[in-house]
Design a protein around this ligand. Sequence first.
Ligand SMILES: NC(=O)c1ccc[n+]([C@@H]2O[C@H](COP(=O)([O-])OP(=O)(O)OC[C@H]3O[C@@H](n4cnc5c(N)ncnc54)[C@H](OP(=O)(O)O)[C@@H]3O)[C@@H](O)[C@H]2O)c1
Length: 293
Amino acid sequence: MERTTVLITGCSSGIGLGLAARLAADGRFKVYATMRDLAKGKRLLERLGGCCPDTLEVLQLDVTDLRSVAAAAQRVQEQRLDVLVCNAGVGLMGPLETCSEQAMKTLFEVNLFGAIRTIQAFLPAMKRRRAGRILVSSSIGGLQGLPFNAVYCASKFAVEGLCESLAVVLRPFNIHLTLVECGPVNTSFLANLRRPDPNGSEMQGLDAETRGLYRRFLQHCQGLFRDKAQEVEDVLQAFLEAMGTPCPPLRRLTTQLFTPLLRLRLSSPDGSAYVQAMHDFVFGGGQAGGDQP
Ligand SMILES: NC(=O)c1ccc[n+]([C@@H]2O[C@H](COP(=O)([O-])OP(=O)(O)OC[C@H]3O[C@@H](n4cnc5c(N)ncnc54)[C@H](OP(=O)(O)O)[C@@H]3O)[C@@H](O)[C@H]2O)c1
């Protein structure tokens, strides 16, 4: 039986690691699990019982480095790549005034340009074969603005625009593109993302009201991840469906958590109702109030 070949970016942890382990253990797939730091590959091998099965190959791939992307594409060139999963991503939280130019550029380098580079590298072969699947880890934050996540949401909105546009052109090539949109998922994403300490020096000079809102947002966010986050295993089904169904959808949400807010956003094009509802959802009704001493 011919195996389905899958290349995944960002397999050192979280969703990428979970997906690579699941597919490699299945037997029907050949998985190219890529990560920017191969030293982190140990975790994936541990998940698979300590040794590398013949269904798995771990490759170096840093999505911000064109040469690294090209080298990975070269490595898989002799294989037919059936599925490309652009999963690598980073976060950035905090009041916009505290987001440094460098942090914003790094975020876009990974989340947007990283996905573009990877797709550009693997698309020509898929087009020649007139077959393939591209799955992209987007986010609820690619569908609706989330407070204190402005730059992250900007990057995921950009990814959504990129993929929606591309999907139209890929249709005659029999290449299906699916955006997998997660809400909070229990990975190291929250711990890894850059965010200013509400008492730190980056917050100095910021008005008291924004500082107060930011504290309340952090509490809300921690509660959301504690009480409502999905486990990696729960979101993998969305990826598996996008790989397995004959005509996968362009968008696949993994949770209904934000559906009422999303419906409101879509049904009220001028945006005012959404802004108010999201404000109430995160900060509660009424006025936000200032910083607490
Ligand atoms: N967890 C959530 O709540 C959530 C919600 C919505 C969407 N998502 C999206 O899901 C995707 C996976 O996130 P996760 O939750 O699994 O978080 P994670 O555990 O932090 O995993 C992120 C992965 O991206 C990799 N990465 C970062 N920069 C990279 C680069 N330059 N080149 C290659 N890989 C790079 C990381 O590698 P290193 O170990 O080398 O840093 C890591 O393997 C992201 O696109 C994220 O935006 C996550």
